[in-house]
Write a new protein. Structure first.
Length: 502
């Protein structure tokens, strides 16, 4: 990056379906979190280029029993964040339950408990609007064909100004089936600008689609449309779904995602302007930019969401999420540094995709080396702990207690269609019951595993290519688990988690 410019993506990891709002001199962004907890990540920036993670708005997913096990295709889909009446508001769609909202007086909370605004299956991607000109409030949402049997349309409602209820049955205000060539219209963001109601919404699918703009003099339509951002001759496939924000100096910018395989949906920042005819133009005449002049905002020091962690006092940083609602006792606090995870007894202990007690963070989008120290204190045969790359397929390297009581270094994997894991390398002795674990993540999310059991790092197994989940990028994970049975199975201690560029 040279002085005065930035390079996309500005968030090079899976911050899926971003939305953004400005409050004073501060910008805040949230993103989909699906079935992980805590959910609804909250990011902060002063320059739209450098972002830090400041918290989450949703501690646990409801109902509790529905998210007691991993649900990577459910939960929090495509939230919208707004600031109104002195409060932050986030609306999202759970495709199996309906439209929810939470709100708070400050970005760090306290956030209210989730409130169900509209019940129903297939209701996704909601966005509210409080219209200062009329005093009315509105809500627009899209549909998931997998649950509702229909999609490619946007439904609008009048909403009570307190954001708790809708005031009508809703009306289809944009029908993508009536627009030649349009399909999978979703992800609407609702605005009021220059006397028009505006809906910025993507269509055409995650990997191949485009960004549309719709405008009408009345909320319920009729709307006219334009394509305002598409791939054209760039290497940014499917540039769409995000949010528009205006700086204090009056500049307009658009943050959106790009699907990048196992790295998930990375976030790009595009310049935005308005034509004389009153339509937005995003990027370089409708094509995404790779490098561009920075926004006219006070310069900020480089920053990015945290990745490394020393786990002070046994506590893990904000970047970590469980693969389901956490239960008490999975991680225990103590007086020293290092993460102490209980070896949770589980019937699914041989398939990481089934475990709720995997502590995860997003797979970095740039080549890097991930390292962590591990000591296995689990005393029962089959107790195991390790470092994982987790998606539809998974691989992990770590330590396991053998039937004879010794500790072995093991490296295992499972293909996407496999129902159980297999060895990726022959097990070897870990005489001290501890190891330093490493995975190098190269271009194309190609992962090379290695471990040091006291005689230096030695490579382990063949290259493993990370894969995403259905809607979620691959994850880095730490876990401790044991076979089903009575009694306490011990614990594992992780130290000095590091992520360094290659």
């Amino acid at each position: 990056m040279t002085h005065g410019t930035y390079r996309n993506p500005v968030l090079n990891a899976d911050w899926s379906d971003p939305d953004v709002v400005r409050v004073g001199d501060d910008f805040y962004l949230t993103a989909s979190s699906f079935g992980r907890a805590p959910g609804l990540p909250l990011l902060h920036s002063r320059d739209l280029v450098h972002w830090t993670l400041v918290g989450h708005a949703l501690e646990r997913l409801e109902p509790e029993d529905e998210f007691a096990a991993p649900r990577h295709d459910r939960g929090v889909w495509a939230p919208s964040i707004r600031h109104h009446d002195g409060r932050f508001w986030i609306f999202w769609g759970d495709p199996d339950q309906g439209v929810f909202q939470v709100n708070a007086p400050e970005i760090r909370g306290p956030w209210t408990a989730p409130h169900l605004v509209k019940e129903g299956k297939g209701l996704i991607d909601p966005c509210p609007l409080w219209d200062d000109e009329s005093g009315e409030a509105y809500l627009v949402h899209a549909w998931a064909r997998s649950r509702a049997g229909v999609n490619n349309r946007l439904t609008g409602h009048r909403m009570h100004p307190d954001g708790t209820t809708l005031l009508d049955e809703g009306k289809v205000i944009v029908d993508g089936d009536r627009i030649p060539g349009w399909f999978t219209l979703e992800g609407p963001k609702l605005y009021r600008h220059d006397g028009w109601f505006w809906i910025l919404a993507p269509a055409g699918g995650v990997e191949t689609g485009w960004q549309g703009a719709f405008r009408s003099r009345g909320f319920f339509g009729p709307y006219e449309e334009r394509i305002v951002l598409e791939q054209k001759d760039t290497d940014v496939n499917g540039p769409h779904q995000g949010g528009w924000v205006r700086t204090p100096a009056g500049e307009d910018w658009f943050l959106h995602f790009q699907q990048r395989g196992a790295c998930g949906r990375v976030v790009h920042l595009q310049p935005m302007r308005w034509t004389e005819a009153g339509w937005p133009v995003i990027g370089d005449e409708g094509a995404p930019v790779a490098v561009h002049r920075r926004p006219d905002l006070p310069p900020q020091p480089p920053a990015a969401p945290a990745t490394g962690d020393d786990f002070p006092g046994g506590r893990y940083g904000r970047q970590w999420q469980w693969t389901a609602n956490p239960q008490g006792g999975w991680a225990t606090q103590h007086s020293a540094d290092g993460l102490r995870l209980t070896c949770v007894r589980s019937a699914g202990h041989r398939d990481l995709r089934e475990l709720p007690n995997v502590l995860t963070q997003r797979l970095p989008g740039t080549p890097c080396a991930v390292e962590v120290g591990l000591r296995l204190d689990g005393s029962v045969p089959g107790a195991r702990a390790g470092l994982a790359v987790l998606g539809d397929a998974f691989a992990w390297i770590g330590l396991e207690r053998a039937a004879d009581g010794t500790v072995r270094l093991v490296h295992r994997f499972a293909e996407a269609a496999a129902v159980s894991e297999r060895d990726a390398e022959h097990p070897r002795s870990a005489p001290e019951g501890q190891a330093r674990l490493r995975v190098e993540i190269g271009p194309g999310a190609r992962c090379r595993f290695a471990a040091d059991t006291g005689d230096g790092f030695r490579p382990s197994g063949p290259v493993f290519t990370a894969t995403p989940w259905r809607w979620v990028g691959a994850l880095l994970g730490l876990f401790a688990v044991a076979p089903e049975g009575p009694g306490h199975a011990g614990a594992a201690a992780f130290t000095r988690f590091r992520v360094d560029p290659l």
